[in-house]
Design a protein around this ligand. Structure first.
Ligand SMILES: Nc1ncnc2c1ncn2[C@@H]1O[C@H](COP(=O)(O)OP(=O)(O)O)[C@@H](O)[C@H]1O
Ligand SMILES: [Mg+2]
Length: 250
């Protein structure tokens, strides 16, 4: 692989409340331009790892770096370092409702623009572009809480895309979406990747993985990395998939 990795985890451990293990000695690298599928059964630690990559939780032990800088609670307590990091990495939550907190869709999109320091004219322009791309123009003055799940997913994605981060993290993006919205989102993720974004996507969706991923990391139920490889390598290993509880064996 070329160049320095954008993200690098070394021996990452995480426990909730000091006792519930979520990650156990997880090491990985994410290189520029990759589309990495993070595969694993429920409870294997995918969401925890994405939150860690987004600087929302910090490893109990081990080290994480992004763009050559060490990501620690202390490092991100510096406002300039925090703003720099937040403009380069964005996480689309599994639960879109948890990502939306403003009275209107427009306000939710404007929030990220303010974080970037855009002025009112630039903010309007950016919101217009993103709303068009996500087909949410008619929703801009609506309250996010009153939208459908699929609409909320688009708005949550918009709230991340307005900041134009180089690395996009998605937590089970197709879970709970109807087939048309799911197909639309897959196409959009493919376009974002083709346009140069680095993608890390936690999913059980083996179809998404086969169609879009350039590489996979499999977390097992002991919260460890069970395998890494190309989608073809990983998805053809039925023993591995059964062991990691990604397919059921009868
Ligand atoms: N807030 C929490 N408090 C205690 N344990 C948690 C919490 N969130 C997750 N866990 C535990 O951490 C482990 C990993 O969870 P998670 O990262 O959500 O996995 P996944 O996204 O793969 O389903 C699971 O065993 C889960 O029960
Ligand atoms: Mg999860």
């Amino acid at each position: 692989m070329s160049a320095e990795p954008l993200l690098r985890g070394r021996g990452l451990h995480y426990r909730y409340l000091d006792r519930y293990v979520a990650l156990d000695d997880v090491s990985f690298e994410v290189h520029p331009g990759e589309f990495l599928a993070l595969l694993g059964a429920n409870g294997s630690g995918k969401s925890t790892l994405l939150k860690m990559l987004d600087g929302l939780v910090f490893p109990t032990s081990g080290s994480l770096s992004a763009f050559g800088e060490s990501i620690t609670e202390q490092a991100l307590s510096d406002p300039a370092a925090n703003a720099r990091f937040r403009s380069r990495v964005g996480l689309v939550f599994q639960n879109s409702e948890a990502q939306l907190f403003s009275a209107t869709v427009r306000e939710d999109l404007a929030f990220g623009c303010r974080q970037l320091g855009l002025d009112a004219v630039q903010t309007d322009q950016r919101i217009g572009q993103i709303a068009e791309m996500l087909q949410i123009e008619p929703l801009l003055d609506r309250a996010p809480v009153h939208l459908s799940g699929g609409q909320q997913r688009r708005v949550a994605l918009g709230s991340v895309l307005v900041m134009s981060p180089q690395v996009l993290l998605f937590d089970e993006p197709t879970a709970g979406l109807d087939p048309r919205t799911s197909a639309w989102l897959l196409a959009l993720m493919g376009d974002l990747h083709a346009a140069g974004r680095t993608m890390v996507v936690a999913t059980h969706d083996l179809d998404l993985t086969m169609r879009l991923a350039t590489r996979c990391i499999v977390l097992d139920e002991r919260h460890r990395v069970a395998a890494t490889g190309t989608p073809t390598e990983v998805l053809s290993d039925t023993e591995l998939l059964a062991e990691a509880n990604l397919i059921a064996t009868l």
